[in-house]
Design a protein around this ligand. Structure first.
Ligand code: NAP
Length: 494
């Protein structure tokens, strides 16, 4: 695999732009048929898709089958969304020609697609964040063609899914080149895809260095474009003393499983646990350590990620004040990761930003503070996150309400008494967070609101009915919202 030349990229984006000229006008109903057809074609591939992904990613069958189900479910959720049509947020203010002192014009507003979107497939989700993953599904739902850069760690899996998309496009009469699949190794191709003048937005999931680099390429353009990078997160978990007293064993069990699930290769992996000194802390440490030791080393997604885990784990363990509490008892094989639990005093954590960096894999650091003031100081040092969790008994949650408010400012999703792994795909999910978790905390990359990343609002003033987008015409009931008696109602315009 090698870089793709500038001439080839220019040709790809020109074809994608050409597709945009007609795809932006495709009705919600027809886009819904297309998205449904993609899901069906992916399911039609059958077991060979799972087998290929298993060979390329080392992920187990059950995990991959579940992820394929999630991916098809996402596609169908976007199909239902565009079928309904209200997602375009149509607003209609009809003219009042005799208003004094000035007449009011006819004004109508709705969301329109941005244009070709470049999506980078992720290594850790070969289906749900890759070729037909949420970035692709939401861009296609919005009316944007997609140029997909396959992740080099699972090229054959990506080919199978790309074929399914192209087949679905042909079967449902979508424009040629509504989806273009690109294989390349090397950063120059990614850079050129982001910087091509016809690219209008970018979706990415992966490392901080990769996501930030793409964001920087986009801002260096003469016409900067939005880049939605979902990057590293250590997903801090604050364990309040009452819960250690009441159910330390249960919390330890839940967290040993969450830290090591899928060899820790989740963006929502709990890489940081924080607590205050209390009579039950030592018991909790012992219980968690025992459970982590029992987790067998497992093979990571690809040798690069395994190498990074070893390097980053060593770097974290070498920091001042950090002590290794537990690691998998069994010896790791090639490209395997050992489950690891380390601990450090809050004072050392507060003075060393390196301890708040992601160690991507089955690793977690337990930070112990002497009191709530020190715990707050540690929380202040944690940068933006996808999630944060508070484990506590009902009464202490109320007692620490101010603290919970403080940590809420740091994350896109705040969890009480649960684990951050296991992201529910539904409209109320927000999967995004303040920088450096993502490059734009206002948007989600899970759930139907992900479509909002690839659209922009346009106001149409005094347009004749025939020139208006169908969603804004008087005869259409759906998507027409008016503010009546201080509440939004949906009705027909007469
Ligand atoms: P990655 O290095 O971020 O790469 C993802 C994609 O972005 C690849 O297609 C890569 O191109 C491209 N890319 C990366 N840097 C680029 C740059 N400077 N310019 C242009 N394109 C660039 O992610 P990865 O390969 O999946 O894993 C590497 C490390 O990322 C892991 O060890 C882990 O630490 C971290 N990671 C974190 C998460 C998370 O959810 N937090 C998820 C996955 C990975 P190439 O194909 O040419 O390399």
């Amino acid at each position: 695999m090698s870089e793709v030349s500038w001439q080839e990229i220019d040709g790809i984006l020109k074809r994608s732009h050409q597709a945009f000229l007609s795809y932006q006008k495709v009705t919600g109903k027809d886009k819904a048929s297309f998205l449904e057809a993609i899901a069906k074609e992916i399911e039609n591939i059958g077991d060979s898709l799972i087998r290929t992904a298993m060979e390329e990613t080392n992920l187990p069958e059950a995990r991959l089958a579940g992820e394929r189900g999630r991916t098809c479910n996402q596609l169908r959720q976007f199909a239902a969304l565009v079928m309904d049509g209200s997602w375009v947020e149509a607003r209609i203010d009809t003219a009042i020609p005799d208003r004094a002192p000035l007449p009011k014009p006819d004004l109508r507003k709705m969301m329109v697609p941005l244009g070709p979107v470049v999506v980078f497939g992720a290594s850790n989700f070969p289906f749900a964040y890759s070729t037909a993953g949420v970035d692709t599904a939401s861009a296609l739902a919005a009316g944007c063609p997609v140029v997909l850069k396959a992740h080099p760690a699972h090229p054959r899996t990506s080919d199978l899914v790309a074929d399914a998309i192209v087949k679905a496009a042909g079967r449902t009469g979508m424009p040629a080149d509504v989806f273009i699949h690109v294989h390349a190794a090397g950063f120059e191709t990614g850079k050129a895809l982001v910087q091509h003048p016809l690219t209008k937005a970018v979706g990415f999931t992966g490392s901080f260095s990769g996501g930030k680099a793409l964001y920087d390429y986009a801002t260096q353009r003469p016409d900067p474009i939005p880049v939605f990078s979902e990057m590293g997160s250590i997903n801090p978990v604050f364990i309040l003393p009452g819960s250690m007293q009441a159910r330390s064993e249960k919390v330890a069990e839940m967290y040993a499983a969450s830290i090591t699930q899928s060899v820790g290769q989740f963006c929502t992996n709990p890489g940081l646990l924080l607590s205050m000194e209390n009579n039950h802390l030592d018991e909790f440490k012992r219980q968690l350590a025992d459970k982590m030791k029992k987790v067998a080393p497992a093979t990571m997604l690809h040798p690069g990620i395994a190498g990074n885990y070893l390097k980053n784990r060593q770097h974290a363990l070498a920091q001042k004040g950090v002590t290794l509490l537990a690691e998998s008892t069994d010896m790791p094989g090639q490209n395997q990761a050992m489950a690891t639990l380390a601990t450090v005093k809050a004072a050392d954590f507060i003075s060393n930003p390196a301890l708040a960096e992601e160690v991507f894999g089955p690793y977690s650091l337990l930070v112990t503070a002497s009191n709530i003031t020190e715990l707050k100081a540690a929380a202040e040092k944690i940068p933006g996150q996808l999630t944060t969790t508070i484990i506590g008994e009902e009464e202490e949650l109320i007692k620490y309400a101010d603290f919970i408010h403080l940590v809420t400012a740091k994350a896109g999703r705040v969890i009480i008494n649960g684990v951050p792994t296991g992201v529910e795909v539904c409209p109320s999910m927000h999967h995004g967070g303040p920088f450096p978790a993502t490059t734009d905390s206002r948007f989600t990359s899970v759930g139907t609101d992900a479509i909002k990343r690839f659209v922009r609002p346009v106001s149409f003033q005094n347009f004749p009915q025939a020139l208006l987008p169908v969603e804004l015409r008087n005869e259409n009931a759906y998507g027409i919202w008016r503010l009546l008696n201080n509440s939004w109602t949906r009705d027909k315009v007469s």
